[in-house]
Design a protein around this ligand. Structure first.
Ligand code: CP
Ligand code: NVA
Length: 308
């Protein structure tokens, strides 16, 4: 496995299949009450420039359960806030801690961290990608559907960071992915083009949510205005009105469709209360799996031998 996970494209199919298998094992071990503490004396740093409930708490808890120590590094209380260059911060932190998870705006910032760090850097969400989210989501799909092949996954809504990571996952695992996004809010063209050029996944883009939902085994949505887009929220509510994941849309999907949302959810915006709380929704299991997948990721990266 590579040193860093900045995007799902840093992983091979073998890497992802390994992480999925390992996350399921680690989940089983936790449910059995088996203590597993390989990281005594190891430290995970967390730099979060955007809010987080699930990702931050699951990373911190994962590190504690693995016997290590999470260290939340508040940007505003460090010299980062006084413009110490990333390349200096990265080299200094590499001398103290064993891994660094970063949630921030620009993808290029975490790329710079990765370039100048000798420790693994994990993308905990940027404007462009949310790789760990989608890895844990695929674990949920695996648990609920028995596999990720030969199923239709429908993304309904904004062509955002989570959608981009689904596109990348599709390009590596060969997923059947249909994205329904309004004109002007489609996924990044370059990300889509690069994924299509790999010729592995079956990725299709439409502006019609019904076309995407028809026969889908997985219906997935996310907020209409991501972090950093708060000013566009009102305008986006108008543009996305017909993309709400409602019980009517669920009726077009396969009978046993699972409904997914990375959360936080805005009820009666991108998803109705009835669908979020309804029998097809798997969002709480989906949230839980972030913990187990994070453990698998930390184990693989911190435990990795140099140059392996
Ligand atoms: N899904 C997710 O990343 O949630 P948080 O923003 O709470 O971390
Ligand atoms: N697309 C959302 C995901 C939140 C977990 C955002 O970036 O705000």
């Amino acid at each position: 496995m590579k040193k860093d996970i900045l995007t799902i494209l840093d992983l091979t199919k073998t890497d992802i299949d390994y992480l999925l298998k390992r996350a399921v094992e680690l989940k089983y071990m936790q449910k059995q009450g088996i203590l597993y503490r390989p990281f005594t004396g190891k430290t995970l740093g967390l730099i979060f420039d955007k809010p987080s409930t699930r990702t931050r708490v699951s990373f911190e808890t994962a590190m504690i359960q693995l016997g290590g120590t999470p260290l939340f590094i508040s940007t505003k209380d460090t010299q980062i806030a006084r413009d110490e260059p990333v390349r200096d911060t990265a080299r200094v932190l590499s001398r103290y801690i064993d891994c660094l998870a970063i949630r921030t705006f620009s993808q290029s910032l975490i790329e710079e961290f990765a370039q100048f760090s000798s420790i693994p850097i994990i993308n905990a969400l940027t404007d462009l990608y949310h790789p760990c989210q989608v890895l844990s989501d695929i674990m949920t799909v695996l648990e609920k559907k028995g596999g990720y092949n030969n199923i239709k996954i429908a993304w309904i809504g904004d062509g955002n960071n989570v959608a981009h990571s689904w596109i990348n996952a599709s390009a590596i695992l060969g997923l059947n992915l249909v994205l329904a996004c309004p004109k002007g809010y489609c996924p990044d063209e370059m990300i889509l083009k690069r994924a299509l050029e790999r010729g592995v996944g079956n990725i299709h883009l439409t502006s019609d949510p019904v076309e995407a939902a028809r026969g889908a085994d997985v219906l997935y949505t996310d907020v209409w205005a991501s972090m950093g887009q708060e000013k566009e929220h009102e305008e986006r509510k108008l543009v996305f009105a017909s993309y709400k994941l409602s019980s009517k849309l669920v009726q077009y999907a396969s009978e046993n469709v699972i409904v997914m949302h990375c959360l936080p959810a805005h009820r009666e915006e991108e998803i109705s209360e009835g669908v979020l709380e309804g029998p097809n929704s798997v969002v709480w299991d989906q949230s839980e799996n972030k913990l187990h997948m994070t453990k698998a990721i930390l184990e693989a990266l911190i435990g990795r031998k140099p140059d392996s």
